[in-house]
Design a binder for this molecule. Structure first.
Ligand code: PRX
Length: 642
């Protein structure tokens, strides 16, 4: 197969933080041969410590500690240490609301706002180790709340504003949070997303929540519960602006972020402090080639890990100007992204293949009517980017000038693992290219034996890395079982991949029952358990179906309880039901009613066959364990009749 290769231009390389393949290889070799020296030196140079660590890392598989014994604070590293430098008056957060309102918050101002809000939390009695849930729109108070928690050591869990009250409740209960930070609502496509209503509904079943702080954003009518709910602007107005960052253990938990696994119950991925911040900071410099004068925009919502690591923690620790936008990319028109790039002279743009494909479909005239000449680097994350979308991004958005960094990583990995260093590593559209220093990925078979170049297998990571998840909140057994038992002692990513003869990695997608819809991870089981809660549904099987824009779409096979059902209406109801149970982003694309589902003789639904039906419309795989072969032919014919 012939493939295009895009080497960095000499102009880009000559100014890059990592300017050549030799420079990349030297970093990679040093990290591989001398990990303690490599990470120890960077930790000392790049971060502020209240007290130095005893050991760079301690590895008791599958548990790791980085910089144990060190005293550290993430909020201090993102704010205070910049105040003694010229960054003091640099814009830290450059924000635009969907209606067009703007805020530009300098490092100095952000430090003041965070300190004030941290004092509010302290005044309410919260301290290191307590847990808060943050359920907010994309407004500056979201990172302010995160950094205020981090300042005191309160473990935060941001719940994406698109999640439903049910999903929010499950997270509050699992985390045993006592504090919820939210807003009346946010703006999306010109409409209000009524966050506080969802919080009220969730809190009906969360007796442990003592306090709920509510930011006024949309100014709409909401219910405030006496004794529990307080307005942000009221409790914040007289708070002191002096709130020293608490020196915490380097391994103090920073946040829990829930993500979908292979069961119906989301996993609370736990990240800790110093190792996480070191790796997010370094990847800002290595992958995004960050310079002091850059205006950097990661379009991800902070409710997902990309927003945590690359809108908040990485950029602020690296002293960047991080752009935040509240709303939808197509509001009021499909050129909103390009307007923002032009208006703020964005130099680094980091977005998802789904967004790229959706914008590509609108035609070149939208981006072409804006001045995008400030861009110098483009990034992609969350799902495989197909070469056609890559080429368009490169040609129409980057005008052939800007390198593209296709970054592979996961909620669990905390920061970018495989991506080109743009001044050093030639890109191949569709490949994440080469691993970051300190990351040792490999493609292996079921027994952990390396596959030869060009062969597909499971992607694993051989050694612990600073930003890796430490456990699953409240469930260390699931942590061991999920990531470290498939091939004992080795991190199992859940992705299939192959490596080519240049050592480049090509990610082929998930090998488990996890779908990737618009770059958002969603478990088939989660959708199935939502469906079977509906009174009409007897059984459900859910698979991801290839989709031109969103990568995958949710396709549900459903059998019904006895009754006289109107399939058209019920199909609509069930789509709405899933949106209500999980969140609008999980709304199925398709509901197919079936008399029965293909099962093994022991009664297990054979999703593999359903996946084949929705992907190829035929079944070629092994069906010897299938209970009733006729079920399959009926399901396949049903499609032909559609
Ligand atoms: O399958 C991979 C895919 O997204 C999964 C991780 O999802 P999540 O934890 O939600 O994090 C998304 C943002 C980091 C991976 O297991 N994935 C992520 N980035 C890429 C990707 N697949 C291909 N190429 C990528 N660049």
């Amino acid at each position: 197969m012939s493939e295009s290769i895009y080497p960095p231009s000499p102009e880009f390389s000559s100014q890059a933080n990592v300017p050549s393949m030799e420079a990349y290889e030297a970093l990679y070799e040093k990290a591989r041969e001398h990990p303690e020296a490599f990470w120890g030196e960077l930790a000392e140079k790049e971060l502020h410590w209240f007290e130095k660590w005893n050991h760079v890392f301690e590895w008791n598989p599958p548990f790791v500690k980085w910089f144990a014994g060190g005293k550290f604070n993430v909020s201090y590293n993102c704010l205070d240490r910049h105040l003694a430098t010229p960054r003091k008056n640099k814009i830290a957060i450059l924000w635009e609301g969907e209606p067009g309102d703007q805020r530009m918050i300098s490092y100095q101002e952000l430090h003041r706002l965070v300190s004030r809000f941290a004092n509010v939390l302290k005044g309410l009695g919260y301290k290191a180790g307590d847990r808060s849930i943050i359920y907010m729109p994309m407004v500056p108070e979201l990172p302010i709340a995160m950094l205020a928690c981090a300042r005191l050591g309160i473990i935060h869990s941001v719940v994406f504003g698109g999640f439903s009250a049910e999903a929010l409740k499950a997270r509050i209960l699992d985390l045993e949070a006592q504090l919820v930070i939210t807003a009346d609502g946010g703006f999306r496509r010109g409409k209000e997303v009524r966050l506080k209503d969802a919080v009220d509904q969730a809190l009906n079943d969360c007796p442990n929540v003592k306090d709920c702080i509510v930011l006024k954003r949309t100014n709409s009518q909401i219910h405030m519960q006496e004794g529990r709910d307080q307005w942000w602007h009221e409790i914040d107005k007289d708070a002191s602006e002096d709130c020293p960052a608490v020196p915490l253990d380097a391994e103090h938990p920073l946040y829990v972020l829930y993500t979908s696994g292979t069961t119906g119950k989301p996993k609370g991925i736990l990240h800790t402090s110093a190792g996480y911040l070191l790796q997010t900071t370094m990847t800002m410099k290595w992958v995004f080639d960050l310079k002091e004068e850059d205006t950097y925009w990661c379009t991800a919502d902070i409710g997902w890990v990309t927003g945590h690591s690359y809108t908040v923690y990485g950029p602020l620790a690296a002293g960047a100007t991080s752009v935040m936008y509240e709303g939808a990319p197509d509001y009021p028109a499909v050129d909103r992204f390009w307007r923002i790039v032009e208006k703020y002279r964005i130099s680094i743009l980091y977005t998802s293949p789904t967004a790229i494909r959706a914008l590509l479909r609108q035609g070149d005239s939208w981006p072409n009517s804006h001045d995008l000449s400030s861009l110098r680097l483009l990034g992609s994350v969350g799902e495989p980017i197909n070469p056609a979308a890559w080429e368009w991004y490169h040609r129409v958005i980057g005008k052939g000038r800007c390198p593209i960094v296709d970054t592979w990583w996961q909620t669990e990995t905390g920061s970018i693992m495989i991506a080109p260093m743009p001044g050093a590593v030639p890109a191949k559209p569709g490949s994440g290219t080469l691993p970051m220093p300190g990351i040792i990925p490999e493609v292996v078979d079921f027994n952990g034996n390396p596959m030869g170049d060009g062969k597909e297998g499971f992607l694993i990571i051989r050694r612990p890395w600073p930003g890796m998840l430490r456990t699953i909140w409240g469930d260390p057994d699931r942590f061991k079982e999920q990531y470290w038992s498939r091939i004992p002692g080795i991190y199992f990513t859940g992705d299939a991949a192959r490596r080519d003869s240049d050592g480049y990695f090509w990610i082929l997608g998930r090998v488990d029952d996890v779908m990737n819809v618009s770059g958002h991870r969603l478990s088939t089981m989660e959708v199935e358990s939502a469906l079977v809660h509906h009174p009409a549904v007897a059984e459900a099987a859910v698979v991801g179906k290839p989709h031109e824009i969103t990568g995958q779409a949710v396709c549900c096979f459903v059998t019904l309880k006895k009754g006289d059902w109107d399939h058209d209406q019920l199909g609509k109801d069930l789509r709405q039901w899933v949106a209500h149970e999980i969140g609008a982003f999980a709304r199925p694309e398709e509901i197919r009613f079936a008399e029965s589902l293909p099962k093994t003789r022991s009664g297990k639904i054979m999703r593999r066959l359903l996946r084949e039906i929705v992907t190829t419309h035929t079944v070629t795989g092994d069906v010897t364990t299938l209970e009733d072969i006729n079920v399959l032919s009926r399901l396949a014919t049903q499609h032909d009749e559609d």
